[in-house]
Design a protein around this ligand. Structure first.
Ligand SMILES: [Zn+2]
Length: 467
């Protein structure tokens, strides 16, 4: 990871240098050790002819961690000199790629719209043909930008597409991940425009999959095309893997990764399935919450009863279930399941300070989600609650009668779907057992069942924490 981040920082330095770039470089350089210094010295300095501002030579940087501040200052000075003197001499310039991307942006957008138009709903068994067509589209998209070994591999469910470009010997290899499948589109009536017709409104593109994840991985593919078409090369080696089961648990991905370890080996993996914190503010996500998903079933009378005859003397299972659900979170936004926070790794003060500097505006966020108000765990900020804390949500609740008109029924059962977002070091199975104990404690007629698709939280590393 480190090596790659440094490549970004170094590449940034020789292309153009904004205040933000300098800041990024500074943050990275605080983490650096001897390896970084060697890298700077061997790779960057000779290729651009930079000399240290102190001794006017490409010099040995101290490897001692205590000297980090000094190193940082030296790197900053070095960066400035790179920027001032040698941009033109560095062989890999993003300028041409950026120009190509700008000139072709209309075509890129039209292609993305074509991709969005394929209804690749992985959970819908009626969409098998569309899933294949979508995988084929992705295969063609990867081939057409000049990748080798492009292949669409059949799995038990939906095909996985992969390809590679290894024309940068000595440079790091990046494995890019994305997924071409999308979520179901229900409820259809809430769509302003058809879900599979990507349409532009107010500078945004609306359509199923545009931001999860067709837009993201297509953007990366087009960035690579821009490099390859304008410079016939990329600054790093690239391997790409785009799967079709992300929205249904990625069952085929793990065996595929196991079977192809060598082919997919890389210095760093980039997950192209995240978002930017703000328009024009590129963001690196270094951790993702996991999930545990359950259904809670509560049994009442052995059959549906008439409320006119039995109402008042029989416990209604919907009431019983909502009592349980209503108490899953307390008034401070904390989850009430005993033991749920036992394994939670607390967010560090450094991370909290970093997050506090991010451009999060509560009002804008509220406007974006269209909710009447925000609600988060007390003692934390909204961003900390979104990124670093567990979150419980009831995803659906049903039972009894919900059709047109009335039916005076006391239902025999009630159900709810509940998801819990997990943070390091929580484990889906442990959380499931805790939820089960909690539910059983409150009603002997309730039981929970796991829903397939739970996943562990993950993080690369954060400031002040080891990976
Ligand atoms: Zn996604």
């Amino acid at each position: 990871m480190k090596k790659f981040l440094i490549v970004i920082a170094a590449t940034t330095a020789v292309q153009s240098l904004s205040a933000q770039d300098v800041k990024n470089l500074q943050i990275l350089s605080f983490k650096t050790k001897k390896e970084t210094m060697d890298f700077m010295k061997k790779t960057i300095a000779p290729s651009v002819g930079v000399k240290c501002s102190y001794c006017h030579n490409v010099r040995d940087f101290p490897s001692d961690e205590k000297n980090h501040k000094k190193i940082t200052r030296e790197m900053m000075l070095m960066t400035q000199r790179i920027n001032e003197n040698t941009i033109r001499r560095f062989p890999m310039s993003a300028e041409k790629a950026v120009l190509y991307a700008k000139e072709n942006s209309d075509r890129f957008l039209e292609e993305l719209k074509e991709l969005v138009a394929i209804p690749s709903v992985s959970s819908d068994s009626n969409c098998l043909g569309e899933m294949k067509a979508c995988a084929k589209f992705v295969e063609n998209a990867i081939s057409s930008i000049g990748f080798d070994r492009v292949e669409m591999v059949e799995t038990k469910k939906h095909p996985i597409v992969h390809g590679e470009w290894l024309g940068a010997p000595g440079a790091p290899t990046v494995l890019l991940y994305g997924h071409y499948d999308v979520q179901p589109v229900d409820p259809l009536e809430l769509w302003e425009t058809p879900p599979f017709e990507a349409s532009e409104r107010d500078g945004r593109l609306y359509g199923r999959g545009t931001v999860d994840d067709k837009g993201q991985f297509y953007l990366h593919l087009k960035a690579m095309e821009s490099w390859l078409s304008s410079s016939e090369s990329l600054p790093v080696n690239m391997k790409v893997i785009i799967e079709g089961e992300e929205e249904v648990g990625s069952e085929s991905l793990e065996p595929f990764l196991d079977d192809n370890r060598e082919m997919l080996s890389a210095d760093v993996a980039v997950i192209s399935d995240t978002s930017m914190i703000k328009k024009g503010w590129p963001s690196i996500t270094y951790g993702l919450r996991g999930i545990a998903y359950f259904q809670i079933d509560l049994k009442g009378p052995s059959q549906d009863l008439h409320s006119g005859i039995f109402g008042g003397a029989v416990k209604n299972p919907i009431h019983a279930l909502t009592e349980i659900i209503g108490k899953l979170k307390d008034e401070n936004g904390r989850i009430s399941i005993p033991g749920l926070y036992d394994d939670v790794v607390e967010v560090t003060s450094e991370e909290r300070a970093d997050m506090a500097e991010l451009p999060f505006e509560e009002e804008l966020f509220l406007e974006e989600v269209g909710a009447p108000r925000l609600s988060w765990e007390s003692g934390y900020t909204p961003l900390e609650s979104l990124w670093c804390r567990p979150a419980l949500d009831v995803n659906g609740i049903w039972g009894g009668f919900s059709g047109e008109g009335s039916k005076t029924v006391i239902p025999s059962e009630a159900h709810a779907k509940v998801s819990i977002r997990l943070v390091p070091n929580q484990e889906p199975d442990v959380i499931g057992d805790l939820l089960e104990a909690y539910v059983k404690d409150r009603s002997e007629n309730a039981r929970r069942s796991s829903v397939p698709g739970g996943s562990f939280p993950s993080r690369v590393c954060g400031r002040g924490q080891s990976p």
